[in-house]
Design a binder for this molecule. Structure first.
Ligand code: ZN
Length: 280
């Protein structure tokens, strides 16, 4: 799976993706995909680990400087977490990649987390402090309230206390329940299912649009078969969100940027959505 980031202009705005590191996942283990789903995957062996990039995103639009899903590979591959591919040379951390792109942490005005799974928020702090000291941190209210986050906070789980807990203690956590228009073409909208409050960040100009969709899709097959749901998802809500999103993305010919896939576009063949990876 490709792991190079993309960078592009949209209207007067600029956006970029940064792969903070590949995770090594077995589809049957991680997604609990049943053997009878194998036909969806065209012979792909679900028991063979595959490398999935973990991407964070940056948008500069008007005065807005937005980071979507700041991650931290060092935290993700700590013991008892994800595996790194064997012999893998990890890319520089997010702050170094942002800095190489000319973005200083202090200039970031907003951090938006699409959903409260660790790989999407592990980088909200760095060395115990806010990674983006001036930013508003916008997270889904329904995810903050979900049982595993509530439980982790109660037990003092460091994955949460040293990240979102620090943001909360700093008075910078903004719990969002519903759509939010940040202005300058940037929106946050709920597309639930992967998690109760999963949200998508949109960037629109007069003629073009793109969407940072988090884990609305982890795999191209999920675009084409919107009912394919991981074990933890609310399958009904997820399928509805994917149908709603795919129609919109296809109508707008939008560029779609999932958290763990290279950028692509959604089309339709008859009533079936299709996924086409964007040429690099
Ligand atoms: Zn993810």
């Amino acid at each position: 799976m490709g792991s190079a980031g993309v960078s592009f202009d949209l209207g007067g705005a600029r956006a970029a993706s940064f792969n903070v590191g590949d995770l090594y996942l077995r589809l049957d283990e991680v997604f609990d995909l049943r053997a009878d789903l194998a036909p969806y995957f065209g012979g792909r062996d679900l028991a063979v680990p595959e490398a999935f990039p973990t991407q964070s995103f940056f948008v500069a639009a008007g005065p807005l400087r937005v980071v979507v899903d700041p991650s931290d590979y060092g935290r993700l591959v700590a013991p008892d977490h994800f595996r790194s591919p064997e012999g893998y040379a990890r890319p520089p951390p997010l702050d170094a990649q942002l800095s190489a792109a000319g973005v200083s942490p202090g200039s970031v005005t907003h951090v938006v987390v699409t959903h409260l799974h660790f790989d999407h928020y592990a980088g909200v702090t760095k060395g115990g402090a806010l990674a983006f000291p001036s930013a508003r941190y916008i997270v889904p209210a329904k995810d903050w309230a979900m049982p595993d986050i509530a439980e982790a906070r109660k037990k003092g789980d460091r994955d949460v206390t040293e990240t979102l807990g620090v943001v909360e203690a700093a008075g910078r956590l903004e719990l969002l329940d519903g759509p939010l228009d940040l202005g300058d073409g940037v929106t946050v909208e709920p597309y639930p299912g992967e998690s109760p409050g999963h949200q998508v960040v949109g960037l629109r100009s007069a003629h073009d649009s793109c969407y940072f969709v988090g884990d609305l899709y982890h795999l191209a097959e999920e675009v084409e078969h919107p009912e394919l749901a991981a074990a933890w998802a609310d399958a009904r809500a997820l399928t509805a969100s994917r149908r709603r999103f795919s129609e919109r993305a296809a109508a707008e010919r939008a560029l779609v940027l999932p958290g763990h896939l290279p950028a692509g576009r959604i089309g339709f063949r008859g009533s079936a959505p299709t996924w086409t990876e964007e040429p690099a």
